[in-house]
Design a protein around this ligand. Structure first.
Ligand SMILES: CNC(=O)c1cccc(C)c1Nc1nc(N2CCN(c3ccccc3Cl)CC2)nc(N2CSC[C@H]2C(=O)NC)n1
Ligand code: NI
Length: 187
């Protein structure tokens, strides 16, 4: 079971490496890793489990954060609106790829956090508001999905990790809280 001890922190070289594609269909080992990554996110969002295991809450995790330089990410974003179950996303993506993205940009109004960064880094992380992503699932089936707003932000943050990019690489040091016109602020 994954705990915070398994998560490497900024400064570890693996966080800056470009991760390798995995064979499709994924091996049993890569399927197991994906399942554990998703379970970690669920545990991290469960008050009892998070307390018991001292987990930081997260909605996304990338294999490089476990010192596994493979193109595997897990996302578990609870749907905020029970009437709209599709508003959340819960899946493991093998070899995810952004096929296209909107010109429209968006950012989280409160900035971004990362399980591999043990400090607050203030500033807007401006990303595409909508993306089309292709990925393979644990069975090796290819998917092509369109994401927007929070789900799109989270998946871009995790795909950054498999490319060795940290969220604060996107923050404008001179004006971290500066926002260009037209950038959608997601609260
Ligand atoms: C510096 N200000 C901030 O961090 C920040 C500050 C306020 C609000 C937001 C919204 C912020 N930003 C931010 N908050 C999150 N969570 C909110 C809490 N939540 C959670 C925690 C506990 C149980 C259940 C859950 Cl659901 C888990 C997710 N997650 C991310 N990111 C950036 S994209 C990948 C994603 C990630 O999983 N990071 C570990 N950013
Ligand atoms: Ni992160």
């Amino acid at each position: 079971m994954i705990t915070m001890d398994d998560i490497i922190r900024e400064g570890h070289p693996t966080l800056r490496a470009v991760a390798k594609e995995v064979p499709i269909p994924p091996t049993a080992e890569d399927v197991e890793l994906g399942k554990e990554m998703l379970q970690f996110l669920k545990n991290s969002q469960d008050p009892e489990k998070a307390e018991e295991l001292q987990l930081r809450g997260g909605v996304g995790l990338a294999a490089p954060q476990l010192d596994v330089s493979k193109r595997i990410i897990a996302v578990h974003v609870p749907s905020v609106d029970p009437e709209k179950p599709e508003s959340g996303i819960s899946t493991v993506m093998y070899n995810p790829k952004v096929l296209s993205h909107s010109v429209q940009e968006a950012c989280l109004g409160e900035g971004e956090g990362c399980l591999s960064v043990d400090r607050e880094v203030p500033g807007y992380v401006v990303r595409a508001a909508r993306i089309t992503v292709s990925y393979f699932d644990a069975e090796g089936e290819k998917h092509k999905i369109r994401l927007k707003n929070y789900n799109a932000i989270v998946v871009q943050h995790e795909i950054d990790h498999i490319n060795g990019i940290m969220f604060y690489d996107h923050i404008d040091e001179k004006n971290p809280l500066q926002l260009k016109d037209g950038v959608l602020v997601i609260e």
